[in-house]
Design a protein around this ligand. Structure first.
Ligand code: FAD
Length: 443
């Protein structure tokens, strides 16, 4: 007889077909694995580490494992400042080993296959690992190769990208080497993580050129696939003011499709005139690559039509497999993909899983909170914070659509601490409680 089920969560059961597959007495697992964890976390990035810390506190040492292949973990939001020479890349790095909470098993592998019907995953070394509860935190995949001429083009000078640890220093080099001509910044025709980052580096480049006396020789261009500068009107209005005052050129619905690094040319398709392309010479090019879900997720039974993890937008529980949950960039939550969103999701997910483990209905809802500190110079930030409805959800009782020095120091100095010592240790669940206090309970 199969092992008794771990909770009364009514998982699909093949042993009691008379109950139309729903029993609550047996696990459905026919996974051959001897490696079993009460909670298995797949992906040990921002979302994976914070959830493994929270789950360890909940179910105890030895009962949680995280599958993560990388030796090092990076605080990616810092790369905006690294690309502009304001921070060293080393300050964004910690070893994964130092971040995995004690009592959580680190399985240093990649997941190659999900078998949610068997409560099991297979890793690249052929091992099967079974679970009672699965948290998917895989992040997303960068697709530089979808732009003709990349990634080989990064071997040439004058081109960089803040989105990868391999290319972020090349942005800073391209900025320093700039002499005269076009400085071009791109936004691809796919969902991205931190939708503000592609233009933050443009504002920093503008400031850098002004500081170094090169601004009059630079024609700065932001070529974006989107029909808007930023998705939330309140902040977009402020950003349009900035681009006008600083003489930055915005080309909407322009999608980078090819880089000719030997000629320093970038080819864009005009999305509103199919088939029409335009070629710009560049003296500096910053590429934001197309992004999408990882192949291992796309080919699994866990996803929606677009290949993202298909979870309930309020409770973060999988729509079909009730013992599967998701967090972060790999999910189909209709909000901007950021570490700030991961933080807010982590406290909701913690609560949802607690309730499910006790066979109770989840009761805490994620409101879509996400945040994007729009760096507009070496000492100013517009702190965008908003929810599923695209409505501003600001923490501070001031107008956050204004450029502020205080918000820059928050981004550059406070947030990294909050990340390493709060979020990754499972203690920071977003600013919700503080927002309430700051707004005297009115928000
Ligand atoms: C340039 C830049 C600027 C940004 N700025 C901000 C900002 O200002 N504010 C903000 O809040 N956010 C910002 N972000 C976004 C933020 O970093 C991400 O949204 C956040 O880190 C997502 O966390 P995650 O856990 O979903 O994914 P990740 O942290 O990317 O983790 C995913 C993990 O899954 C692992 N993995 C992948 N495949 C497998 C597999 N097959 N098996 C096992 N593990 C696997 C990966 O190795 C990785 O460690 C920025 C990002 C970038 C790149």
């Amino acid at each position: 007889m199969a092992s008794p089920v771990f909770n009364a969560q009514r998982l699909l059961c093949r042993i009691c077909p008379g109950l139309r597959g729903v029993c609550g007495l047996h696990t459905t697992s026919s996974c051959a694995s001897k490696d079993h964890y009460k909670v298995l976390v797949v992906g040990g990035g921002s979302g994976g580490i914070t959830m493994s810390a929270r789950m360890k506190r909940k179910v105890g040492a030895g009962n949680v494992a995280v599958i993560e292949p990388s030796e090092n973990h990076y605080y990616q939001p810092l790369w905006t400042l690294v690309g502009a020479g304001a921070k060293a890349v080393s300050t964004s790095r910690r070893s994964t080993a130092s971040l995995i909470p004690s009592g959580v098993k680190w399985i240093k592998s990649q997941v190659q296959e999900f078998s949610p019907d068997k409560n099991c995953v297979r890793t690249d070394d052929g091992k099967e690992i079974s679970y009672q509860y699965l948290i998917v935190a895989l992040g997303l995949k960068l697709h530089y190769e979808k732009i003709k001429g990349l990634p080989e083009g990064f071997n040439y000078p004058k081109i960089g990208s803040n989105y990868s640890v391999e290319t972020v220093d090349k942005t800073w080099k391209a900025l320093q080497d700039f002499k005269e001509g076009n400085a071009i910044f791109t936004f691809p025709n796919t969902p991205v993580k931190c939708a503000g980052a592609p233009q933050k580096i443009m504002y920093l480049a503008d400031s850098y050129f002004r500081k170094t006396g090169k601004r009059s020789k630079a024609n700065i261009m932001y070529n974006t696939s989107l029909p808007v500068l930023f998705g939330i009107k309140k902040y977009a209005d402020s950003l349009w003011n900035i681009v006008k005052t600083r003489d930055l050129n915005v080309n909407l619905r322009h999608n980078l499709i090819e880089v000719r690094p030997d000629k320093q040319e970038a080819v864009f398709e005009k999305l509103d005139n199919p088939g029409e392309t335009v070629v710009f010479e560049y003296e500096m090019l910053h590429v934001t690559p197309p992004m999408g879900p990882h192949e291992v997720l796309k080919k699994s039974m866990l996803v929606d039509e677009a290949g993202w993890l298909d979870i309930d937008k309020d409770m973060l529980q999988h729509k079909k497999y009730p013992n599967v949950f998701g967090i972060g960039d790999c999910t189909n939550l209709p909000t901007a993909k950021t570490a700030a969103a991961v933080a807010a999701q982590s406290s909701v997910l913690d609560r949802t899983i607690s309730r499910v483990m006790k066979n109770e209905k989840p009761d805490k809802r994620y409101d879509g909170y996400t945040s994007c500190p729009l760096v507009t110079s070496y000492n100013t930030v517009i702190l965008a914070e908003f929810d599923y409805n695209g409505q501003p959800l600001e923490t501070f009782p001031i107008d956050q659509s204004k450029e502020r020095m205080s918000m820059f120091y928050m981004k550059a100095d406070v947030m990294p601490h909050l990340y390493w010592h709060g979020l990754l240790k499972g203690f920071w669940g977003g600013p919700g409680p503080y927002r309430k206090i700051m707004h005297l309970g009115m928000k």
